[in-house]
Design a binder for this molecule. Structure first.
Ligand SMILES: [Zn+2]
Length: 92
């Protein structure tokens, strides 16, 4: 009798699914900078940043204000969702 085990062996011979890394966030606290790299195949914009705390704040018309740690944290918090929404049309 070999049919009793057939149902449990449907996946036999398949390699285990590798967990795919789709992106990575790099944060350098000493240098106060961060960047996001996207590893999805065919990505049109595989790197976001690097952004530094001393970067000029683009919303400041005088051009003197820097984004600071708050701006850096905002980048870190939002970059992945923003990237996926902008370049992949979905937050996942
Ligand atoms: Zn991407």
């Amino acid at each position: 009798m070999t049919t009793t085990t057939a149902g449990a062996r449907t996946h036999a011979g398949r390699p285990p699914q590798l967990q795919r890394v789709e992106g990575a966030l790099f944060v350098d606290l000493d240098g106060r900078r961060a960047r996001y790299e996207c590893y999805r195949p065919g990505c049109q914009h595989p790197m976001e940043g690097p952004v530094r705390a001393i970067d000029k704040d683009p919303s400041d018309t005088t051009g003197k204000r820097r984004i600071g740690i708050d701006g850096l944290v905002a980048f870190i918090d939002g970059v992945k969702d923003r990237h996926l929404n902008t370049h992949h049309g979905s937050p996942r």
